[in-house]
Design a protein around this ligand. Structure first.
Ligand code: AHR
Length: 634
């Protein structure tokens, strides 16, 4: 392997180690956010027919599609009323002796749980009892009596420390006296960090993503960001506009910014150019970035942040080329909308980096005859008509056993190249396309691959919650190698998505674990260099090699993906400097290509470190591994 310090590529942007979190499945609620209760704001009416799970019913994480609250006692003791409601369209009203319970909660013995509930009593006092039940024994429960006295809704706090671990705990709320209307309850592990799950957060910190794209995805095209600000308990529950289940609006703009700060990442907010438009988008920029003397800035200040959030990166819409997108429109109309939205956003913050929707190959043959007639692809059209109204162009791709094909498993040597092939195809396509577009005046529009990943159709961890095996991890490592090769053009990439939903991290109700894919992202982010060296791939080998210098130029990082069942060796020869005597080797491997990690169980695939690897000998790259040598230079 010949390496030459003089043959360098453009610096690798740290933003290629970005992530994407969407209000979908168990990514945010059930993954990142620590709330344990489903439908705490009673979006679904509570009825005598307790049957909450409507899809993925044969999995451990079925999707809630009806009220998860079961009536305790006579059904007529609980009615849904529309007057004097705390939040949403209706509230449960409970008479003396009746109650509701939520089943299927996950708790750990000895861990503390903290919660509260809002309630209003008809006679000025709400006497209720809140109980956590963690088993069938008479002592497998802990109850807190609350006497909430005020003219309206009053908040009562409670805490529990269950003595057994179970996924079948339940929270009961019973009325002891009078008639009581309920506002939202909440229950979280007491170790939550500003509402974030501590176990997931620890892994997110290891992942150390450079930026997070939020709130969608398809979700954003139906999202009203105003729903997600202000008093969390008063934010309205809505049906998730794009996916299944309820959007609780517990995780909104302020929580997203706090989340990014907690994990040390840049926020990237995608605005709604589907059902909404310029006014809403510009006001969101104002909420985040303008002084507190502006209207929306004053809301932010009122919500606790006098200082603007200074969000640099903004996505203008999501996949607006697809008829699956809420507010989808034909190209000619969308480009006008994009330009109006971009102008409005820049009027509020001229320094905002705007990412426009692209898709290199998309011609909408079904719904856009003009596009077909013009033989025009979406990215080409957007660059021609909106190229001066964006700073970066977005591209997306997914590969694998996606649900919209019948394709099954492919051989490892084929699957492992799928992501890098897609990345290269996008890059080569843009390199061919962009110089032909006069509006770009010879400049290249940088690309944000702001959704990329394998997507497999078998869902284990809720909606889109597929498992990633070692083969997928190796493919992600090869994908990163391709980003390094395209570092001048692809300046941002957001692995889609972070938790559970096609996620780099998977969670159960009480545990969290890094997937094979997450381990690769973690490894390269932590140890790979920033100045790529241009190298030729070894002829006839299925291995993929990449090399880069660290920022200070004092260390070479050499990465090899070996998708074969045998160890291989690499002998680097360097022009322009010489190697120190030994290297540190990091590698990720597992017993076979199907190996994967499972939350709560010992790791099968992990990152391993070996110090003192002699440079004088051929460097060993274990079978089925992504291996990274960190070699000091002299
Ligand atoms: O990441 C899942 C979905 O895939 C996103 O919501 C959408 O943008 C894409 O089609």
């Amino acid at each position: 392997m010949k390496l030459d310090l003089a043959k360098q590529g453009a610096p690798i942007s740290p933003l290629i180690y970005g992530q994407f979190i969407e209000h979908l499945g168990r990514c945010i609620y059930g993954g990142i956010w620590a709330e344990m209760l489903e439908d705490r704001k009673f979006y679904f009416p509570i009825t005598k027919d307790y049957a909450p799970y409507k899809s993925l019913t044969n999995t451990a994480f079925p999707v809630v599609g009806a009220s998860p609250w079961e009536i305790i006692g006579p059904a007529e003791g609980v009615t849904m009323v529309k007057d004097g409601v705390f939040v949403g369209e209706h509230a449960p009203q409970l008479s003396r002796g009746s109650g509701i319970r939520q089943n299927d909660l996950g708790v750990i013995a000895g861990k503390n749980y903290t919660g509260y509930i809002w309630a209003a009593g008809s006679r000025g006092t709400a006497n209720i009892e809140v109980t956590l039940v963690w088993g069938d024994g008479v002592n497998d429960r802990s109850a807190v009596k609350l006497s909430l006295t005020d003219s309206g809704y009053t908040k009562g706090n409670f805490g529990f420390a269950p003595k057994l671990s179970t996924n079948k705990a339940c929270l009961e709320i019973r009325v002891l006296d009078g008639v009581v209307k309920l506002g939202p309850p909440s229950l979280m592990p007491a170790d939550n960090v500003h509402g974030l799950r501590a176990d997931t957060l620890a892994l997110l910190k290891q992942l150390n993503a450079a930026d997070y794209r939020w709130p969608g995805g398809n979700f954003v095209s139906g999202y009203d960001w105003h729903d997600g600000i202000g008093d969390r308990d008063r934010r309205p529950p809505r049906k998730n506009p794009a996916w299944t289940g309820v959007e609780h609006n517990d995780f909104g703009t302020d929580e997203f910014i706090a989340f990014c700060r907690e994990v040390g990442a840049e926020p990237l907010i995608a605005v709604n150019t589907g059902f909404e438009g310029a006014y809403s988008a510009a006001q969101w920029v104002e909420y985040c970035n303008a002084a507190s003397s502006t209207l929306a800035g004053s809301w932010r200040a009122k919500n606790g942040s006098e200082k603007p959030f200074a969000v640099k990166y903004w996505g203008v819409g999501n996949e607006m080329y697809g008829q699956w997108q809420l507010g989808f429109m034909q190209f000619k109309q969308y480009t006008i909308k994009h330009n109006i939205v971009a102008d409005a956003m820049w009027k509020v913050d001229p320094a905002a980096t705007l990412i426009g929707v692209g898709d290199l190959d998309r011609v909408n043959t079904d719904y856009d005859p003009d596009m077909v007639k013009a033989k025009q692809t979406w990215s080409k059209g957007m660059l021609e008509s909106s190229g001066d109204k964006m700073n970066v162009m977005s591209e997306h791709f997914y590969q694998g056993r996606v649900p919209w094909t019948t394709d099954g498993r492919v051989e490892l040597l084929q699957s492992v190249t799928q992501l890098k092939d897609n990345i290269r195809k996008k890059a080569e396509g843009h390199r061919a396309l962009q110089p032909t577009i006069p509006a770009l005046k010879g400049k290249m529009m940088p690309i944000a691959m702001d959704e990329w990943n394998y997507w497999h159709r078998d869902y284990v961890y809720g909606e889109l919650g597929c498992v990633y095996e070692l083969a997928d991890g190796l493919g992600v490592a090869e994908g990163l190698h391709e980003y390094y090769r395209q570092s001048d053009l692809i300046q941002m990439a957001n692995y889609a998505q972070t938790v559970n939903v096609i996620g780099a991290i998977k969670t159960t109700k009480t545990t969290a674990e890094m997937e094979t894919t997450g381990l690769m992202l973690q490894l390269y982010r932590a140890h790979y260099g920033v100045t790529p060296l241009l190298i030729e791939q070894p002829a006839g080998s299925p291995c993929d090699i990449a090399a880069a210098l660290t920022k200070d130029g004092k260390t070479l990082t050499l990465a090899v993906v070996n998708p074969t069942a045998a160890e291989v060796t690499v002998r680097p020869a360097l022009a322009g400097a010489s190697f120190g005597a030994t290297a540190t080797r990091w590698h990720v491997t597992g017993p076979d290509e199907f190996a994967h990690n499972t939350p709560g169980q010992p790791r099968v695939v992990d990152i391993k470190r070996t110090d003192g690897v002699a440079i004088a000998s051929p460097l060993p790259v274990p079978a089925l591994s992504a291996t990274l040598f960190v070699i000091p230079l002299k």
